[in-house]
Design a binder for this molecule. Structure first.
Ligand code: GDP
Ligand code: IMO
Ligand code: MG
Length: 419
């Protein structure tokens, strides 16, 4: 019986998970998204062509790979249908290659409206992607959600949605209520496009493991955005850490295999919330421009700063990371010095012991490394400049987890594998 491997973001998202999932997917029979929704934006570059995936797992570019959207995902039918259209002509279409859990929940337009309104009225906004993620998970947890399988009876579902819209209107929200016929028509169009893809994905995965097939779970967002272990309340509304792979698929904890953590060689964050190593200055601007740090989903400029190795170490423990992939090393090319946060001090300048329960008022304690000229496109560890090798080895020692993969460009092939 096989175990399911897992790719998980170690920072605040956008670490380069898409590239690694795509790169590894050719060895897997299944790639599974298990949480989040179309707040995710995973970029894959193959032969110079760029693909932006939000809901469809990053195994879709391989003809033999089956792709599952698990029960833990929240699905905007409109976003999914639009994304599916890109792949209709690839490898004979999506039938037999894409499967959606009957238990996944829907994001409808009122969730998006609620997300935007709550951001507008908040004293300090979270800086969400505005995709309705929080409200959809709120409905799920409060047992008011809509499972995608409810599209099997659009008559009943249209009445349920109308009731929700009326409730919101009664509470003073600016909602336009369609007629039942209009609403049913829209739901019918979702049903027509999506019902053929619904499946009992949990039993599919169990059967696959029983047959010794290989499964790769693809995390969205990052550990520092986890609802419990991230920088609450500036987080997303799902379990982005390894535990979410179990509750979001039905794979048992003992059936998880390798946990591959993805981190950049520096750090970014989109939206508000603490970010101890942020460089809101020329250093940050250089990282942003060189790293193309603009959101795939919202186009927002990402906040940039030096690598927070304290946060990486913490996230490795939370996830049980067995190997790390360090992405975007090339973005640090050309810096005279490269800094890494190896400790935190409180506001009185006292060094903190361990990882604090919030990062609000901590100051980073840096170790400075000598920079290097060029790593871009290098595919062997020994060919990296000596100072870049030293940077990797020192980090590995500090974090206590092997940096088994190093990425030196967006391209699939520009990746170093270390034995
Ligand atoms: P994800 O959300 O974790 O999948 O990451 P994103 O796709 O949102 O952001 C990562 C960005 O970095 C994408 O544009 C990738 O094409 C790009 N990228 C990935 N690895 C590398 C790398 O090693 N070097 C450079 N320069 N870019 C990379
Ligand atoms: P990928 O999978 C980076 C951030 C938002 C905001 C917070 C809450 O591409 O790494 P939400 O819309 O989820 O309620 O927003 O989470 N966020 C991400 N940041 N990458 C992502 O996904 C993100 N998904 C959500 O910017 O700060
Ligand atoms: Mg992203």
């Amino acid at each position: 019986m096989s175990k399911a491997d897992l790719i998980v973001g170690i920072q605040w998202g956008d670490e380069g998970k898409g590239k690694m999932v795509d790169l590894l997917a050719h060895d897997y029979d299944y790639v599974v998204r298990y949480q989040g929704g179309h707040n995710a934006g995973h970029t894959i570059v193959v032969d110079g062509k760029k693909y932006a995936l939000h809901l469809i797992p990053s195994g879709i570019l391989y003809p033999k790979c089956k792709n599952i959207i698990g029960n833990g995902v929240v699905i905007s039918p409109e976003a999914l249908i639009e994304e599916m259209a890109q792949f209709e002509d690839m490898h004979g279409g999506l039938k037999g290659r894409l499967f959606i859990s009957t238990k996944a929940h829907l994001i409808l337009s009122y969730h998006t409206m609620l997300d935007k309104q709550s951001e507008q009225s908040a004293k300090v906004a979270i800086g969400t992607t505005g995709k309705g993620i929080g409200p959809a998970y709120t409905d799920k947890i409060s047992r008011n959600g809509i499972r995608i399988e409810e599209l099997q009876d659009t008559q009943a579902l249209s009445h349920k949605v109308l009731e929700k819209l009326q409730n919101l209107k009664d509470k003073g929200y600016a909602v336009t209520i369609p007629t039942q016929v209009e609403l049913k028509e829209k739901l019918d169009s979702y049903a027509k496009a999506l019902l053929p893809f619904l499946a009992n994905t949990t039993s599919m995965l169990w059967n696959a493991m029983d047959k010794n097939e290989k499964i790769l779970c693809e995390g969205a967002q990052g550990s520092m955005l986890d609802i419990d272990f991230g920088t609450y309340p500036f987080v997303t509304s799902s379990t982005t850490t390894a535990a979410g792979a179990c509750s979001g698929t039905g794979i048992a904890p003992r059936e998880l295999g390798e946990v591959i953590g993805i981190t950049k060689a520096y750090c970014t964050r989109v939206g508000n919330g603490p970010f101890p190593t942020e460089e809101d200055n020329q250093v940050g601007e250089t990282l942003r421009q060189k790293g193309g740090e603009f959101g795939v989903t919202t186009g927002r400029a990402r906040r940039c700063g030096w690598l927070d190795a304290m946060a990486v170490k913490y996230a490795c423990r939370i996830n049980g990371v067995s190997a790390l992939a360090m992405m975007k090393l090339d973005v640090l090319d050309g810096f005279a010095d490269v800094k890494v946060c190896v400790g935190y001090a409180d506001k009185n300048g006292n060094t903190l012991d361990g990882f604090p329960s919030d990062l609000d008022s901590v100051a980073p304690i840096y170790k400075t490394f000598k920079g290097w000229d060029k790593t871009a496109g290098i595919r062997e560890f020994d060919k990296l400049p000596q100072t870049a090798q030293e940077y990797i080895l020192a980090l590995e020692q500090f974090i206590g987890v092997k940096i088994a993969m190093i990425s030196t460009s967006p391209d699939r092939n520009d990746t170093i594998f270390r034995a």
